[in-house]
Design a protein around this ligand. Structure first.
Ligand SMILES: Cc1cc2nc3c(=O)[nH]c(=O)nc-3n(C[C@H](O)[C@H](O)[C@H](O)COP(=O)(O)OP(=O)(O)OC[C@H]3O[C@@H](n4cnc5c(N)ncnc54)[C@H](O)[C@@H]3O)c2cc1C
Length: 282
C-alpha cells in the first residue's frame, strides 16, 4: 500500500480522460466499504485509487414513465429513503435494507455492490428481477449491458480499462405487482448472505401472469430461475405446485461448501425462503 495515490475529481469527463491515460495499476473507489477491506487484506494492490464518490452525474435518481435510473454513486441510504424508488422498486429497497448496518449503508453505493461482483451482493438478485441494465462509460464511449451479462464470476465483470459504471436503469413495477427480498445470514445484522432470493410476480384472475425469481449466494454468480417461473405462469397456484417448485431449487443452483455454510444447508435454506414467498399465493 506504499505510495498509494488517491485521485478525486468532481468532473466526470476529466476523470474518464485521466483513467484512459492511466498506465499504473488502479482501482475505482466509491464508498470504500469493500475496497478498504480488500486493501487491508492485500487482496488488491493498486498504485492509485480513482474516487468516483464526488461525481454529481453518478449521484442522481431519475424517474421516467416506465423506468428509474439510479446513479452508481448513490448511497444505499439515499436509495432507501427515496420515495419513488420505494414506491416503484420496493424489492430493491428491501434488499438494501438488509445490507450491513446503517453506517455501512451510509457509505456503500449501488455501483460498489455491483462493481464488487460478489455472488453474495444483496442488491444483485433485486436488480435481476427488475431487469436492470448497467450503463457503462469511458472517455468518448457509452454502452449498456444487462445485469446478468455484467457479472462474469466471483469478483469478475465486463468492465474494461478506462470504464466505470455510470448508472442502473430498472423497471418501474406496476401497482398490481408484488415482490419480496429474503435473506438468510448467520445473525440478524452485519451478516453476509448464506442464501438470498428476490421474487416479483403478478396474479390476474387468480392465475400467475408474470414471475421473476433470482437466487444469490448459491453459485459463482447470481442465478436467474427459469424452471420455477415456467412452472407457474398461466396457472392457479396451489400447494402441489409450490411443493414441486421447491423441489426444483436444487436443480437450478450450484452452491458450494465454504466458511459461511455447506452446500446442503444452502439448498435447504433457499427452499425454505422460496416456500415462505410462495405461501403468499395460497
Ligand atoms: C461490515 C460490512 C458489512 C457488509 N455487509 C454487506 C451485506 O450485508 N450485503 C452486501 O451485499 N454487502 C455487504 N458488505 C459489502 C459492501 O458494503 C457492499 O458491497 C457495498 O455496496 C460496496 O459499495 P462501496 O461504495 O463501498 O464500494 P467500494 O468499496 O468503493 O467498491 C467496491 C468495488 O466496486 C468497484 N466500484 C465502485 N464503484 C464503481 C463504479 N462507479 N464503477 C466501476 N466500479 C466501481 C470498486 O472498484 C470495487 O471493486 C459489507 C461490508 C462491510 C465492511
Amino acid at each position: 500500500m506504499k505510495n498509494l495515490q488517491l485521485i478525486k475529481s468532481d468532473n466526470l469527463s476529466e476523470l474518464l480522460e485521466l483513467l484512459k491515460k492511466e498506465e499504473r495499476k488502479y482501482n475505482i473507489i466509491a464508498g470504500g466499504t469493500d475496497v478498504m477491506v480488500l486493501l487491508k487484506e492485500f487482496l488488491i494492490d493498486p498504485q492509485c485509487l480513482y474516487d468516483v464518490s464526488g461525481l454529481s452525474e453518478l449521484k442522481e435518481i431519475l424517474v421516467d414513465n416506465d423506468s428509474i435510473e439510479i446513479g452508481s454513486a448513490v448511497t444505499m441510504s439515499d436509495i432507501i429513503s427515496d420515495s419513488e424508488v420505494s414506491r416503484y422498486a420496493p424489492v430493491l429497497v428491501s434488499a438494501l435494507k438488509e445490507v450491513g448496518s446503517p453506517l455501512i449503508r451510509n457509505r456503500a453505493t449501488l455501483g460498489g455492490n455491483v462493481g464488487n461482483s460478489s455472488p453474495a451482493g444483496d442488491s444483485i438478485p433485486a436488480l435481476f428481477v427488475l431487469n436492470a441494465r448497467v450503463n457503462i462509460v469511458s472517455e468518448g464511449n457509452e454502452r449498456s449491458v444487462k445485469i446478468e451479462d455484467f457479472i462474469l464470476g466471483p469478483r469478475r465483470n465486463v468492465l474494461e480499462k478506462g470504464e466505470i459504471i455510470k448508472s442502473f436503469v430498472i423497471d418501474k413495477m406496476g401497482t398490481d405487482e408484488r415482490s419480496f427480498f429474503l435473506k438468510a445470514g448467520s445473525r440478524n445484522a452485519l451478516a453476509i448472505s448464506k442464501a438470498n432470493l428476490a421474487f416479483r410476480f403478478m396474479l390476474k384472475d387468480n392465475l400467475v401472469k408474470s414471475m421473476n425469481l433470482s437466487f444469490g449466494s448459491v453459485g459463482p454468480v447470481v442465478i436467474k430461475s427459469t424452471m420455477i417461473p415456467q412452472l407457474f405462469i398461466g396457472k392457479k397456484p396451489d400447494p402441489g405446485l409450490i411443493d414441486k417448485s421447491c423441489s426444483l431449487v436444487s436443480e437450478e443452483i450450484k452452491p458450494i461448501d465454504d466458511f459461511r455454510s455447506t452446500a446442503k444447508y444452502r439448498v435447504k435454506v433457499l427452499e425454505n425462503l422460496l416456500r415462505k414467498c410462495l405461501d403468499e399465493f395460497c
